[in-house]
Each structure stands twice: as C-alpha cells, then as structure tokens.
Design a protein around this ligand. Structure first.
Ligand SMILES: Nc1ncnc2c1ncn2[C@@H]1O[C@H](COP(=O)(O)OP(=O)(O)OP(=O)(O)O)[C@@H](O)[C@H]1O
Ligand SMILES: [Mg+2]
Length: 394
C-alpha cells in the first residue's frame, strides 16, 4: 500500500511547484496508472501522490494542498465520498472529481451534493482532462469571486468606520466649540456696548468686526451641529403622511410665503417610510430655497409625488433663478453656495442636510435646472418599511 504511494510520487519539490499537484485516492494501482497516462497524453504536467487510507488522505491534504483530488468511490473499508466530508471538515477548497467504476445515479447525485465537482467513469477516462480543466477553472473563478467579496466587505467596513469617525468628529467639534464661542460672543458684545465711542474710531470698527465674526461662527457651528445630528439623533422611522407634513411646513413658512407673494401648490402627497420631523425638514428647506432664490417673476412653487417602484419620487418645482448644470452636484455639499451672503442670506447647509436625510432612508436627491429657467429638485423616499418591501419583492 505505502509502496504505491512512493512509486508514483514525484519527489523533487522544486519541480512540484510548477506541476499540477494531483492527489489520487485509489486502491487499484493499475487504474491509477491508466488515469495518469490519460492526463499525460493530454499534455498535463503533473506530480502525483497516491493515497489509500483515510489517515493518509488526511495527512496528505494538509501537507501538500494538492490542486485537485481524483477519488475512487469504493476504497475497501471506506468510501471516496468521505474524502469530501474530510475536506469540508478541514475547510479546504480543493476540487474533487470522483473517478469510479459504474456508479448508480443515486450515488452520483450524492457525490455531487457532497461537493464533488464531477464524476468520470473509469471506462470513459477520455473525459477526465476536460473535467479537470473545468474544475480548476471553476475553482479559480470561485477564489476570484471570494477575493472580490472580501475586498468589498473590507472596503464597506472601512468606509462605515471612517464615516462614523468623521461624524463623531463633526459632532464633537461643533458641540464642544459652542461653549467657548458663547464666551467670545458675550464678551465682544459686552466690550462693544461698554466701550463704544470711548476708544478711538478704529477700535469701534474692530470690535464690530470681532462680534460680527463671532456671531457668524456661532451660526455656522449651529448648522454644522444640525447636520451631524441628522445621523445621530434617534429619528423614528414609520409611516409618515406627507399631506399633513406639508400643511405643517406651509404653516411655519406662512409669513415668508406671504411676504414673497409666492403661490405654493401641491398635489395629493403619499405616505412614506421615514422620520416625520426629517421629512418636514427636507420639504421646508426646499420650499425655503425656492422662495429665497426667486426671480423677478411671480413665484410659483409646485410639490408633487409619483410612485417609482418601491419609492415615492417627489419634485419641488420653482420658476426662480435656476442653477447652471455644472453646479448641480456641488450645491449638495456642506457650505457650498453659488452667491455671496449679501446677494442671498444663508450658509449653504440646507441642501446638505436634505441629502443626508434622504440618503439615510436609501433615497436619492438631485436637481434638474438651467440658469435662469427655474429649478426642479427631486428626491425619493421609500414607500414602505423594510419588511413590507421584502413582501412586495417576493
Ligand atoms: N431653488 C433654487 N434655485 C436656485 N438656486 C438654488 C435653489 N436651491 C438652492 N440653490 C443654490 O444652491 C445653494 C445651496 O443651497 P442650500 O440650501 O444648501 O444653501 P443656502 O440656502 O444658501 O443656505 P442655508 O440653506 O444654509 O440657509 C444655494 O446657495 C443656491 O446657490
Ligand atoms: Mg437653503
């Protein structure tokens, strides 16, 4: 038995590297010879080890990590199919081809179920080379796929971690900066009030700049904190009736709408799966923008929604100043604005918050616009909660 192992084994380990390592689980040496002859005839450059017992099989697979295993089904006191179980137990991904005498359908199916890549009958060995090639190809593809999945999982992990870090940083920075800034604002204001006109003209001017700057910084930090809270606060996801949200938003914007003589209309709005306050925040920011960036024309804002697969697609259309297409993505970035604060007040935070909210629910937000011809902001929100979504997909 062990004689068989040494007889067919190629000993030169440097040679073995380049060769295809074949582990034969076979108790009939003549059969083994036939298989090898078939493979060599087909041009395979192989190094072979023959094993016969379970113990030897266990040892060899761990020592040699063969490229492929060719196993007979009937091996005296054990079965080739056990080889599959052993490989499984050792978590080794080595393709196995059963090379057997007549094999009943049931047994053949059992072998494939256990993980054999193929089975070849001993009286049809001409098929063996192609079966090996296919098994090796599939193994290669499997390992590429596995590698790609691992890379992806690692990247997703890294991204989630770096997002969480960034979020934590923005939160801590904006939260902790508030307190010292309050001191700066309070004391620059105190200085202005107490010493205005008592020092020289420049001093008054400088104090003015200082308190103005501090106040501005306070607003920026407040906005940054609001932005970083979108992901942190305990938003409650549930079914939200957008008609009633819309009414609330219009109520809170009533005076702005009136002052600008805007006409804000909306169609029947759906229920979406999100947090009520955050949906209100999105609609309010978009309508506020429409009002702020109006043109000389009488302003008309229209809010509509239509079903798009599992989502609702909202559009907020205005006939305002519009946005040149090259800025269509930029405007959703924190603090990005297209105008000076003297032209239009604001910090460039509204759309960044909208984007963060919408993406939190798996939605998208974008703008369709041309400079000078109004804008349509579109965003999607899920129609249902995750469980119902699965039901609908099924
Ligand atoms: N409806 C609109 N029409 C034209 N331009 C718009 C419209 N909405 C947004 N923009 C452009 O996108 C920029 C970013 O909008 P965003 O709401 O983020 O900031 P903001 O309104 O300037 O400031 P904030 O929202 O912080 O008060 C705006 O400064 C403006 O240039
Ligand atoms: Mg805004």
């Amino acid at each position: 038995m062990s004689g068989a192992g040494t007889k067919l084994e190629v000993q030169d380990s440097s040679q073995r590297k380049a060769k295809l390592q074949v582990l034969l689980v076979e108790d009939n040496l003549a059969d083994a010879e036939l298989m090898l002859r078939e493979l060599r005839r087909d041009g395979f450059d192989i190094a072979t080890t023959v094993v016969q017992t379970r113990a030897e099989f266990r040892r060899r697979i761990k020592e040699e990590f063969p490229d492929i295993i060719l196993a007979d089904y009937n091996l005296g006191d054990w079965r080739g199919v056990e080889a599959l179980e052993i490989l499984h137990g050792e978590a080794l991904d080595i393709p196995v081809i059963m090379v057997t005498g007549a094999l009943g359908d049931v047994t053949a199916v059992e072998c494939i179920k256990q993980g054999a890549m193929d089975y070849v009958l001993k009286d049809g060995l001409a098929r063996l080379p192609e079966a090996i090639r296919r098994a090796l190809r599939e193994k290669h593809e499997r390992s590429l796929r596995h590698q790609a999945e691992q890379d992806l999982a690692r990247k997703v992990d890294e991204l989630a971690r770096s997002n969480a870090d960034l979020e934590q940083f923005a939160y801590v920075a904006s939260h902790d900066l508030q307190e010292p800034l309050r001191m700066v604002v309070a004391y620059t204001q105190l200085l202005s009030e107490r010493y205005k006109g008592k020092l020289d003209e420049n001093a008054d001017k400088f104090l003015g700049y200082a308190s103005e700057g501090a106040l501005r910084m306070q607003v920026l930090i407040h906005d940054l904190l609001a932005f970083s809270r979108v992901g942190r606060e305990d938003a409650v996801s549930g079914s939200v009736d957008c008609n009633s949200v819309m009414e609330e938003v219009l109520q809170s914007l009533a005076s702005t709408v009136q002052e600008s003589s805007a006409v804000v209309t909306h169609g029947a709005l759906p229920d979406v799966w999100a947090d009520r306050t955050q949906v209100a925040q999105v609609l309010q920011n978009l309508i506020q923008n429409a009002i702020k960036f109006r043109s000389k024309e009488a302003l008309v804002v229209s809010v509509q929604a239509e079903k798009a697969d599992q989502n609702w697609l909202f559009s907020v259309r205005d006939n305002g100043i519009g946005i040149a297409p090259e800025y269509a993505e930029n405007i959703f970035v924190v603090f990005q604005r297209l105008h000076t604060r003297d032209e239009y007040p604001g910090n460039g935070m509204g759309l960044a918050i909208c984007k963060k909210i919408v993406e939190r629910y798996g939605g998208k937000i974008w703008v369709e616009s041309q400079a000078g011809s109004g804008s349509t902001f579109k965003f999607t929100l899920p129609a249902h909660g995750p469980e119902e979504r699965v039901v609908e997909q099924a």
